[in-house]
Write a protein that binds this ligand. Structure first.
Ligand SMILES: C[S@@+](CC[C@H](N)C(=O)[O-])C[C@H]1O[C@@H](n2cnc3c(N)ncnc32)[C@H](O)[C@@H]1O
Length: 307
């Protein structure tokens, strides 16, 4: 697919942590344009199963990985269904799982996908173009209270209520159908602070809500330990604090699952750890990588190993 643009983030770190082996099967849950998958295959991974819910990403990955033949297998799927996807492939457990969360540069830069607050386009934001709910559906149909909740929860937007009120008032005149219209409403609602683009947090919030990103991540985190072979590794790159917190807490719970009250002298619940943390603090891109790829800023990689 011509012109698919996305520079993969923290590639060397991913290859080092997943340490691909010729007999190993690795799942790239977010194959995108195939950048990470290619690096894993070049480093010797036996098979990479690449998933994405965006058919345009899969088309690009198909071209990028064609030279690896049968070693690169691509599937349109949501990683929230990872356990079922692997079962259907006859893969009970794998050697590595990678998820590079969020949207690709290509999705953001394609105006008609509606992810961008810089370019005007339809208010869509679906990664899977057949998903039932668009950003316009949320913006035009949800109550002021519900919109406030979405902006607060998924965007940590300090002016959530005010923006929701402005939207609800504006849509009396007619539905909000474009990203440009939404940006104008947000601009009118919030004071200019000079701290980044005023629509950034609302767009993030809508994108997360439309694609149910946190629910998908939660399912992935819950299913992954039992889908890894002993010694297998899971690597997750996140781009905002909500996701990173979920990954950190989930890995910590799996690494120290004891739920006994802290004042008990010894563990009585008997829960066994399933993961070992390989990154106590998240790995972040070097200054050099951030310069070459400004969108890598904010990326945080956490890795754990199946015990
Ligand atoms: C940051 S990009 C990944 C880029 C990729 N690592 C590369 O090297 O090109 C994220 C990709 O994950 C996909 N995606 C996000 N959430 C998903 C989910 N729950 N299931 C499947 N794919 C998902 C998006 O459609 C997008 O193509």
């Amino acid at each position: 697919m011509d012109g698919y643009r996305h520079l993969p983030v923290l590639v060397e770190e991913i290859v080092q942590f997943l340490a691909p082996q010729p007999e190993g099967i690795y799942v790239d849950c977010t194959v995108g344009g195939g950048g990470h998958a290619r690096a894993l295959l070049e480093a010797g991974a036996g098979v990479v199963l690449g998933l994405d819910r965006d058919p345009r990403a899969l088309a690009a990955a198909g071209e990028a990985l064609a030279s690896f033949g049968d070693r690169a297998r691509l599937l349109r799927a949501d990683f929230r269904d990872l356990a079922a996807v692997l079962a259907a492939q006859g893969m009970a457990q794998v050697h590595g799982i990678l998820a590079d969360l969020g949207v690709s540069s290509h999705q953001i830069d394609t105006a008609e996908r509606g992810f961008s607050y810089i370019q005007d386009g339809p208010l869509d934001m679906r990664m899977d173009p057949q998903a039932p709910v668009t950003a316009a559906d949320l913006v035009n149909r949800r109550s002021e209270q519900e919109l406030t909740e979405i902006f607060r929860r998924y965007g940590e937007e300090p002016f959530a209520r005010r923006i929701a009120r402005f939207i609800v008032l504006q849509r009396i005149a007619g539905p909000v159908t474009t990203t440009g219209q939404l940006v104008e409403i947000i601009r009118a609602a919030v004071p200019t602070t000079g701290r980044g683009h005023p629509a950034k947090r609302v767009f993030q919030a809508l994108r997360i809500a439309v694609n149910q990103e946190l629910a998908a991540l939660e399912s992935l985190l819950e299913a992954s330990p039992s889908l890894l072979l002993p010694g297998g590794r899971i690597a997750i790159i996140s781009y905002h604090s909500l996701e990173d917190r979920m990954v950190k807490e989930s890995f910590r719970r799996a690494a120290a699952p004891c739920r006994c009250p802290p004042d008990l002298p010894e563990c009585r619940c008997g829960a066994q750890p399933s993961l070992r943390l390989l990154t106590r603090r998240p790995c972040v891109p070097t200054g050099g990588e951030q310069q070459v790829n400004p969108r890598s800023r904010g990326a945080k990689l956490r890795v754990a190993e199946r015990l």
